[in-house]
Write a protein that binds this ligand. Structure first.
Ligand code: 23J
Ligand code: MN
Length: 255
């Protein structure tokens, strides 16, 4: 089986797609309004570079928030999941799992505040079959195209950020009524830019984490994935007690 997989990646009948945003100081992070605490940008601190601090070696300390760039949200990230798993406890069956893609990039291009509804997922299921048991629902909005322009990615005005997300009822339904292990998005967080004003606030976080599910954010290149059939490989750091971690996210795709 594994020899077949390696043969397939070598011959190109299986492609490995990198869905990860590169980590650097400019990588967009969530910016919450006062009085809330904010996470740190990713930063390298040079320790030596073939110099008197270390003549034959180059290395750095890294400084980062847990929720920087492409990252995994663990159930314990939200108060609704406070007794749930930390990021080091993410099941391996979640870290290597099937993924499906729902594409609402056309709607998000017309309306930055576009919200995914239950009906949209039902329409997707009518065309492609049921959501994968224990797998990921990846929500394509086209937002990753803004990823190298912090202002366009945040898309904020005096009322805060305007980025697409999930309607509260849909978040509740995905968390409670579907067998997915988590939701992946292109935006800085799983919730819509305006979700602080939703009822409940931040419904994706509240519902998914409350149901023991996971989030994945700042994904790129979702247009390279088919609607069904991809396998996701999610590699967060096993931070003991952590609420999330930057993650390398790869997809295996046939053809
Ligand atoms: C904390 C508070 C609100 C939000 C978030 C974190 C995230 O999006 C995140 O990265 O988990 S919306
Ligand atoms: Mn997060």
């Amino acid at each position: 089986m594994l020899a077949t997989l390696i043969g397939a990646t070598r011959s190109g009948s299986v492609t490995v797609v990198d869905l990860t945003t590169p980590l650097q100081e400019s990588t967009p992070i969530l910016e919450l309004p006062p009085p809330f605490a904010n996470t740190s940008r990713f930063r390298l601190e040079e320790l030596s570079r073939y110099d008197d601090r270390g003549p034959a070696w180059y290395w750095n300390d890294i400084h980062t928030g847990e929720h920087t760039g492409t990252h995994l949200d663990a159930p314990n990230h939200w108060v609704t999941g406070r007794d749930g798993l930390d990021v080091s406890q993410a099941p391996l069956s979640t870290l290597v799992a099937p993924a499906v893609v729902i594409d609402r990039s056309a709607e998000a291009a017309d309306d930055a505040d576009f919200l995914l509804q239950v009906e949209h997922v039902r329409d997707w299921e009518a065309e492609h079959g049921p959501l994968p048991d224990g797998g990921w629902l990846l929500y394509r909005t086209g937002w990753a195209a803004r990823g190298n322009d912090a202002a366009a990615f945040a898309n904020a005005d005096e009322r805060g950020p305007h980025t697409p997300g999930v309607a509260p009822e849909c978040a509740r339904w995905l968390a409670r009524e579907t067998p997915i292990c988590g939701l992946g998005v292109e935006t800085v967080g799983t919730d819509a830019g305006q979700a602080s004003g939703f009822e409940p606030a931040f419904p994706c976080h509240s519902e998914l984490m409350g149901a023991g599910k996971f989030g994945l954010t700042s994904l790129r290149d979702l247009d390279r994935l088919p609607p069904t059939g991809a396998v996701l490989v999610v590699c967060p750091l096993p931070i003991v007690g952590g609420s999330g971690s930057p993650a390398r996210v790869l997809a295996l795709v046939e053809g």
